[in-house]
Design a protein around this ligand. Sequence first.
Ligand SMILES: [Zn+2]
Length: 165
Amino acid sequence: MDLRIGNGLDFHRLKTDPSRPLLLGGYEIASELALEGHSDADVVLHALADALLGAIGQGDIGQHFPDSDESLKNLDSRKIVNFALGLVREHGFRIANIDLTLVGEKPRVAVHRDAIRASLAGILGLDVTRIGFKATTTEKMGALGRSEGVACLATVLLVSLTPAE
Ligand SMILES: [Zn+2]
């Protein structure tokens, strides 16, 4: 069996903007807070897409979806993940499991953990038992500790669709 591992790391600034949805893993959390960005700024989906692209050596999301492209403004990040997933399949792989860690003081996501996992399961067509989602803080240290932003770290493991010769 051929295996590939990939990691992704993404950061977005956090601000108060009741008019902008706060999306994590494609799940909308009711909040006054929102993540800033050119796209919908779903930091979880961006880290995940980068991990998928990294696992198959296909660059990063900035390469495929440049910030300079005005047509991508407020882009639904599920499209980015679907694009990466398409490349994964083209390369002859499927996801074995993913593991995600969100880093920041706000928003509090513990109560949303299962909803976020369910959202990811739907986007990826994967059983929830193959999706890990954790959250941690920086113990109030640094920019993330001052709630200036949120980071997400993603790890994916891919397995080949066909057994290796
Ligand atoms: Zn991003």
